[in-house]
Design a protein around this ligand. Sequence first.
Ligand SMILES: [Zn+2]
Length: 330
Amino acid sequence: MSWHGIDGHDAVAEQFRRALERRRLASSFLFVGPAGVGKRAFALKFAQALLCERRPEERLDPCEACPACVQVAAGTHPDLDVVGKPADKSFIPLELLIGDKEHRRREGLCARIGLKPFGGRRKIALIDDADYLNAEGANALLKTLEEPPPRSVLILIGTSPARQLPTIRSRCQLIRFQPLPAEILARLLIEQGVAGSPEEAERLAALGEGSLQRAKQLVQPELGQFRDLLYAELQQGTFNSPRLAQNVARFVEGAGKEASARRQRLHIIVRFATDFYRKRLRTEAAAQQAPDPDRTARRLDCCLETDQQIDRNANQATLIEAWLDTLAAA
Ligand SMILES: [Zn+2]
């Protein structure tokens, strides 16, 4: 069973349906969960259900054929607004939220969500990449969060509540999206032509850790090879960090000239290491005789921190060096 082709999140759909039936839908939501589990697809389908002209919203069952449904699917519905972080920026620019300097509070998402709905039902706004709201951006949203326009729905899509400022966290209803079960991931990989065989689908699904996006990234054979190389180094405990840093930097550059492609690849590598230490921590906990379990925990923390810094850091080479030096010294 999947709700309108959105796999793995029927419980969330049910939660919204009940709220709508009781006419108690909140106006601001923070969607959190791993990247690539379908949060954005869910939000768009939810918007479609709220705006559908043929079926009452409490059914949460968009007809997918009326003009409103078609417009939502095409990204042209006048009552649905979507903003996100531009690829060349490290945060969501203020003007997307409240207009540029000449039009403050008269343009941007916050002004548009305050207008009367064109279709007469609701105004809906999605903020994708909400992990990249800086303090200025979060503050710009405060007024809308504190006094939501009637019948407006604002959805922020991020990965974890910890990455949101308290001003946002405390004013939104938190909706958690779970990682996709491996069998759903494997099926999607086959359906979408990413995996050629059930065996490959299973292997990628296991590595994808609940994220379709991640499983897809791992299809590139060079990534699998690099992961093996990295694991062999980390396995040694005391590795040559300058040499490994050079290898990592070269591999990241191999992703292409685009800064976003390079960042993406570095994310994958840092997450390989994160997985490595997470598994080691589990093994150590099970064995109850680790030489120094704190050391693995410190290394894991360092990987998690580095992962967060990738999008904020212009100098990747320095970041890679600092990361691996810390791991080696831990
Ligand atoms: Zn419809």
